[in-house]
Design a binder for this molecule. Sequence first.
Ligand SMILES: *Cc1c(COP(=O)(O)O)cnc(C)c1O
Length: 397
Amino acid sequence: MSGSALFETFARAPLAFERGEGSWLITENGERYLDFAGGIAVNALGHGHPHLVKALTEQAAKLWHVSNLYEIPDQNRLAERLAEHSFADRVFFTNSGAEALECAIKTARRYHYKNGHPERYRVITFEGAFHGRTLATIAAGGQAKYLEGFGPKVDGFDQVAFDDIDAAEKLIGPETAAILLEPVQGEGGIRPFPTASLKRLRQLCDKHGLLLIFDEVQCGIGRTGKLYGYEWSGVSPDLMAIAKGIGGGFPLAACLATEAAASAMTPGVHGTTFGGNPLAMAVGNAVLDVVLEEGFLEEVSRKALLLKQGLAAIADEFPDVISEIRGTGLMLGVKCTMPNTKVNMALRDQKLLAVPAGENVLRLLPPLTTTDADIQEALKRIRAGAASLSKAAANGG
Ligand SMILES: *Cc1c(COP(=O)(O)O)cnc(C)c1O
């Protein structure tokens, strides 16, 4: 047994941080790490953002929790703002991405139930997906490594290969309720669905009366340079899960829906104790204050280009370490030629944090508020990390 009383579910890096400042994390001994993992796309505004700190501490002095038995004015306000800036009309707040997905899946099933089709409950998903770790969301994600040992897979999820829209079309049957996907797969290795595929999926959903569900838990809230990843395609879903960035580090997530999709979610059919509590709402509104500021998203795109171009140059220089740079906005994937875990360690040695993903990709998810100077520093460290691994460099090339 290790010295810890925790479940051993996480293979943690031997690092403990005491505080954070913007794109930086600082250990107890004062060592500074450049945080381009961003708490896995959670710290959208970096660490210690003054507007978020103020919102949370002011709310903490007033009221923490009342339950959803009462009106929570800031919940209405955040829902209205999320609706105003998206396809949605209705919002249900949860604490985690998986719960937001659970809500989306339940809402889709209930929609068909209410419309006289209780037999329509199956959801089509795509390989490489990640939708969370609850029993239903591991079934939706379909990854064997997350399903193993947890009993029968929750029924109602059918999976096709990534971006295989023909296969998805063939799978649509009398029991199909919805199609679920991440417009940009995160854990799957920063894989965007082509716009043409999203358009075809929208058409298929319309033709067969299915609901289109987007999981923007990772790619939403400005990560790709637009408020939502789906905006790049112009294809709107009927339901969408968001989480990670919207809380800026406070546990907050939401299921967004059109009026029609949410119409069967009537009093008593779904609920949550913590979801939408005043602390979370104060922070969520504060995150939106910043992300919706004039010019904020344009800045994300501008900085992202700087980072992507710099990474492309490093990939050109060290093809035996990095084979490709992919992704949009500040959701970038470094496809590695050698094991991504090895590259991740080399970057950590340079005191730069990244996150491994599928397809042997290393994810870079810096705060959306990262600066040009931070990006230059990150590129310097990534180049040094790549050089330390490269044969070309070792041979004095
Ligand atoms: C992280 C993530 C989830 C799960 O969110 P949790 O808050 O860990 O439950 C779901 N979908 C995607 C795309 C994610 O990146």
